[in-house]
Write a protein that binds this ligand. Structure first.
Ligand code: C2E
Ligand code: CA
Ligand code: CA
Ligand code: CA
Length: 278
């Protein structure tokens, strides 16, 4: 390890070289992944806390590279955003998720809301509305069964964000703020944005019983959401104790490993079917 003197900046190290190469490799792989059919959408149920029934599903992308194996979205989504590849990838997920949701409805299951993650780069693309309309048209899915999960980062351009969200609301789509509480935005936007629900970030849910402050934050977010006439869903629910805590504080929905990990469409179909055989 080298000492860094005052004027002794190190711009380049062998470790850096490796990181840059890995990133470039991944970008090349990512560019080919769509046409090579390496992506898959997994689904995770969202449970109504009162009834214990599935009322929604979140679509989560998976990438299986033929040589590198599975790559986590936490690794490749940021790169997809940086390179703009999130635009075609995100459109593919949206189409796939809408089609799958309509397929479940056509099989006769009670309609579920399909939640799709929209990165801020996607949200900012000028033809977002066309892409969403097209996904709905082509799948035949009723817009009330599509939810878009947006993050607080879209607020950078709040005028555009508000206008776009109003357009999506006019179409009848359900809008939620993902990872709520982890951004740095002001609470003022909750008043300005035409949203339907808040998703409590899993970092709060996870630490609820270790850190009294996290428990207080979860409770506060639920109360605030209700006071603003918003629904609230907690993610990362892994234990019965967490679910009980959320239920006592009237959190509307819960999602997490307690109910199911994200699973392929086929497995999700079995999970939905099980609901009818209680
Ligand atoms: P997210 O939207 O906050 O999704 C929740 C993540 O938490 C998912 O990770 C999910 O598998 C995981 N999770 C769910 N329940 C539990 C639990 O009980 N415990 C724990 N520890 N984790 C749980 P995943 O699938 O690896 O996705 C990571 C992130 O990648 C997502 O975070 C989202 O930001 C992004 N992402 C995934 N799919 C898409 C996509 O299709 N489009 C975009 N733009 N982003 C996506
Ligand atoms: Ca999400
Ligand atoms: Ca989240
Ligand atoms: Ca997240």
């Amino acid at each position: 390890v080298k000492e860094h003197g005052k004027n002794n900046f190190q711009f380049y190290t062998p470790e850096m070289n490796e990181t840059v190469t890995k990133k470039m490799q991944m970008e090349i792989g990512l560019r080919k992944a769509l046409e090579r059919n390496e992506f898959n959408v997994y689904y995770q149920p969202q449970i109504d806390v009162n009834s214990g029934k599935i009322i929604g599903v979140e679509a989560l992308i998976r990438w299986q590279h033929p040589e590198w194996g599975p790559i986590s979205p936490t690794e490749f989504i940021p790169l997809a955003e940086e390179t703009g590849l999130i635009i075609p990838i995100g459109e593919w997920v949206l189409n796939e998720a809408c089609r799958q949701n309509k397929d479940w409805q056509d099989q006769g299951f009670a309609p579920l809301r399909m939640a799709v993650n929209i990165s801020s780069r996607q949200f900012k693309q000028s033809n977002l509305i066309d892409i969403v309309s097209k996904a709905l048209d082509e799948s035949g899915l009723n817009p009330e069964y599509l939810e878009l999960e947006l993050t607080e980062s879209i607020i950078q351009d709040s005028k555009y964000a508000i206008e776009t969200m109003h357009e999506l609301k006019l179409m009848g789509i359900f809008l939620s703020i993902d990872d709520f509480g982890t951004g740095y935005s002001s609470l003022n936007y909750l008043k300005l944005f035409p949203i339907d629900s808040l998703k409590i970030d899993q970092s709060f849910t996870r630490n609820m019983f270790d850190d009294i402050k996290d428990a207080a934050l979860v409770h506060t977010i639920i109360s605030m959401a209700h006071n603003l006439d918003l629904k609230v869903i907690a993610e990362g629910v892994e234990t019965k104790e967490q679910l009980q805590f959320l239920s006592q504080r009237e959190c509307n929905e819960a999602q997490g490993y307690l109910f199911s990990r994200p699973v392929p469409a086929k497995e999700m179909t079995s999970i939905i079917k099980q609901q009818y055989t209680y």
